[in-house]
Design a protein around this ligand. Structure first.
Ligand code: TYD
Length: 425
């Protein structure tokens, strides 16, 4: 590692907390009878101590500003705090820095208690050596003091890399002799970070992450969702993507058959009703052909760049549908797929299960059935047996989820399992 210590500002650097702060400032203004300022002014409240901002932008006295902060917190602590998300790549960065032996801490003018709640909420509390925030009752905080408080005793500022999104962060770091990295994707004005002496400035968080990790970004995670037709995968996949994105993961959403131009063309051939009567062998080879292209063009490159790949179906579907449904046998299907998948295995697979009657009802509500969906009932019974065999062969990877429950209940399980699986990213 280039530096021994890494210090991060929070708002605008680690997390996009703008929405909650803006809405809570607007709430306090309305409640206290002030005109709600426009978004540019509301954005100025993100980062520096609130007390200073209330005085500066509302012309308040010390006492009025103190009261306004109380009103702001009525909304912020329970609601506004959670109207935020981590910037892409942040959890992976914090983990990787620590795994490589660096000391990693937060230094922010936000109250300590809020930093602790938020880092826990986002699941990054275990990736930090220290959190240096302010006391709820403190009016102002000196950024240099916050930076020094975040370091262990005796640390040499010359070995510290500080990342922040405002001039206050950069100026404090430079005054202490630290290396200062500007997060230009946060709440700075154009040119603010360079002008305040930042040694490096990044316009997007993934660029900052790559630079700090010197190009050596940890591999992402490969998550697949499986299940019979009509099991409700699409709804859960969309939710999972949002959930991961809010937590700072870069997500690539894809599907099989398809996922890239050539494979999407193969998909059309496989699923079209015009292909009725296609031999089982041709079908198996087309699924494998589509997969070979998709793995090389989409999945592997995305994993290499640190993304979390969520794939709607993968090899397990070929086992269930072609090996069992079409009765081609598992050995043959695995053999045919070997050149397509190589050594790629999903890190975790969610197998959504519903009884056939609900699956049929869900399918009937959807778009017109494709060539697979018009199959007879005994075919789907064999597919279900195929998925059961897949699970039995690899119970650590394949998690069965009862998808007959409400969307919320199913998603609770989905997010819990995925949350555990991505811990090492
Ligand atoms: P799709 O419309 O994506 O169905 P779903 O929304 O249920 O996932 O169509 C994919 C169909 O292809 C589905 O019936 C399952 C089938 N399939 C196989 O038979 N083998 C495979 O290897 C894959 C990936 C899918």
């Amino acid at each position: 590692m280039k530096y021994r210590y890494y210090l991060f500002d929070f708002d605008g650097t680690i997390a996009d907390t703008g929405e909650g702060i803006r809405r809570s400032v607007a709430y306090s203004a309305e409640k206290l009878g002030y005109a709600v300022p426009d978004v540019e002014v509301l954005n100025r409240f993100i980062g520096p101590p609130l007390h200073d901002s209330y005085r500066k932008y509302f012309g308040m006295t010390d006492d009025q500003a103190e009261h306004a902060i109380q009103v702001y917190r009525e909304r912020y602590i329970d609601i506004g705090l959670y109207e935020s998300n981590l910037y892409p790549g942040i959890p992976a960065l914090l983990k990787a820095l620590r795994e490589r032996g660096a000391y990693v801490a937060l230094a922010s003018a936000k109250p300590q208690m809020m930093l602790e709640r938020l880092t826990k909420y986002f699941g990054i509390d275990g990736d930090l050596d220290a959190i240096s925030g302010t006391d709820l009752s403190r009016h102002s905080a000196d950024k240099q003091d916050l930076l020094m408080a975040a370091l262990p005793g005796g640390a040499n500022p010359g070995e510290v890399c500080m990342v922040g999104d405002r001039c206050f962060d950069i100026e404090a770091a430079k005054a202490l002799g630290m290396h200062a990295v500007g997060a230009d994707y946060g709440y700075s004005e154009p040119g603010e970070l360079k002008a305040s002496g930042a040694d490096e400035v990044y316009a997007a968080s993934p660029d900052m992450v790559r630079a700090l990790l010197e190009g050596d970004v940890p591999r992402g995670r490969f998550i697949t969702l499986e299940g019979s037709d009509g099991c409700g995968k699409s709804t859960q996949i969309a939710r999972l993507k949002d959930w991961l994105t809010r937590r700072g993961y870069e997500v690539a959403l894809t599907r099989e058959p398809g996922g890239c131009p050539i494979s999407e063309r193969i998909r059309e051939v496989i699923l079209s009703l015009d292909s009725k009567g296609m031999s089982a062998e041709c079908e198996m080879l087309l699924y494998a052909a589509s997969r070979a292209e998709h793995v090389r063009e989409v999945i592997k490159p995305a994993l290499k760049s640190g993304k979390i790949v969520i794939c709607d179906r993968f090899l397990d579907s070929s086992i269930a549908y072609q090996a069992y449904g079409r009765e081609l046998g598992e050995d043959l299907v695995r053999q045919i797929n070997a050149p397509a998948v190589g050594d790629l295995r999903p890190d975790v697979t969610l197998l959504l299960q519903v009884d056939r009657a609900s699956a049929r009802a869900r399918m009937a509500r959807g778009a017109l059935p494709d060539r697979m969906e018009i199959e007879r009932e005994d075919f789907f019974e064999r597919v279900a047996r195929g998925f059961e065999a897949v699970r039995a062969a690899d119970p650590e990877r394949v998690h069965v989820i009862d998808a007959g429950r409400s969307i919320e209940e199913v998603f609770r399980d989905v997010s819990e399992i995925v949350g555990k699986a991505i811990q090492g990213v």
